[in-house]
Design a protein around this ligand. Structure first.
Ligand code: FDA
Length: 306
């Protein structure tokens, strides 16, 4: 296992530790701001408008996941409805992304379905799109089932995410392509065992490319979400070699990461969408970003011991 892979595993393990969480919350808030557009919807909409000005599309995310009471899900559902109203009112170019466990998936799958359905139905009114982020493996099948049920109910403006690190994802991609569910393809951000996930970087990249090709070859629109230069260059070259037009796919990156590259991709005529989180529940989102890049953790440590 490489140093980077060990680092990612260790960080995803200790981020569940109560003392680490307390310290990070104390010192990390200001630094987490680099990755978060603000506490409120209006701040996030302002940021969306500014990104749109630069030719960058957006997907807005209200931070929150793993709720412990269903009442919290109702609050999140209403926030997403306000978000969709806000996007339409401001005339900005933005989809929305939500987490199934934020809508109650771990507590009551029927209630979760009703909450997500309400958001997707609201989005449909303004021809908008809802992405169900993919969380860890206890929720993989339930998330896929939820999206397929939305499609059966006529809400085809809902899609989800497949993670290249999971052994099952190529098969899932085949099914989703057949059923015309729009996907965001990612490497995968959670700590998963060998039973579920490929552990080597090279293996994940191989699977990622397979899933991307499956889409591009069939002319099936997909979102490739990665900050990895090698992947981005490979997609550009593959599209050029196979005469795949630039509007047949989009790149996606996270807010606060590689912003100048996001602008450059837009200038080059590629579709690029920025995932813009806002809200106060930033801790789990932030620790996953730290796990992905040692430099981000060094920033926090420098700040803590200064
Ligand atoms: P990775 O971290 O593997 O880095 C590869 C290389 O990219 C690095 O060696 C470096 O060269 C370059 N690089 C990366 N970050 C850089 C930086 N900040 N500056 C300079 N170079 C950098 N996951 C999940 O499980 N479920 C989900 O729903 C989502 N959703 C999602 C949406 C969007 C828009 C994105 C971008 C990502 C996700 N993810 C996700 C996260 C995803 O699974 C993955 O953990 C991260 O994107 C990290 O993998 P990368 O491919 O970006 O680069």
């Amino acid at each position: 296992m490489s140093g980077n892979e060990l680092y990612r595993k260790a960080l995803l393990t200790i981020s569940g530790n109560a003392i680490v969480e307390k310290l990070s919350k104390k010192y990390g808030k200001r630094l987490a701001g680099k990755f978060i557009a603000g506490d409120t919807l209006e701040q996030a909409l302002d940021e969306t408008a500014a990104l749109n000005e630069k030719g960058i599309l957006v997907t807005l995310d209200h931070l929150g996941e793993g709720i412990s009471h269903l009442d919290e899900a109702a609050g999140y559902r209403e926030e997403y409805i306000r978000m969709l109203d806000g996007i339409a009112r401001r005339g900005v170019q933005s989809h929305v992304s939500l987490k199934p466990t934020q809508m109650g998936m771990a507590l009551d799958t029927e209630a979760c379905y009703r909450n997500v359905r309400a958001v997707a139905a609201k989005a449909k009114e303004s021809k908008n799109f809802v992405r169900l982020d993919m969380e860890n493996t206890p929720y993989t099948q339930a998330t896929i089932d939820l999206v397929l049920r939305l499609h059966q109910d006529g809400l085809t403006n809902a899609g989800t995410v497949l993670q290249a690190y999971l052994h099952r994802s190529v098969k899932d991609a085949e099914e989703m392509i057949r059923k015309r569910v729009k996907l965001r393809l990612v490497k995968g951000a959670y700590k998963e065992t060998t039973e579920h996930a490929i552990q080597s970087k090279a293996g994940v990249i191989d699977n990622f490319k397979t899933m991307i090709r499956m889409h591009l070859d069939k002319g099936y629109y997909t979102a490739i979400a990665s900050h990895d230069d090698a992947i981005i260059e490979w997609v550009k070259q593959y599209a050029a070699d196979n005469r795949i037009p630039k509007d047949a796919f989009e790149f996606q990156m996270l807010y606060g990461l590689r912003m100048s590259d996001q602008e450059r991709l837009a200038q080059e005529g590629y579709r690029i969408r920025c995932y813009v989180p806002y809200g106060t529940m930033w801790y789990p989102y932030y620790t996953r970003r730290l796990a992905e890049k040692p430099a981000n953790l060094m920033l926090v440590l420098r700040h803590m011991f200064h």
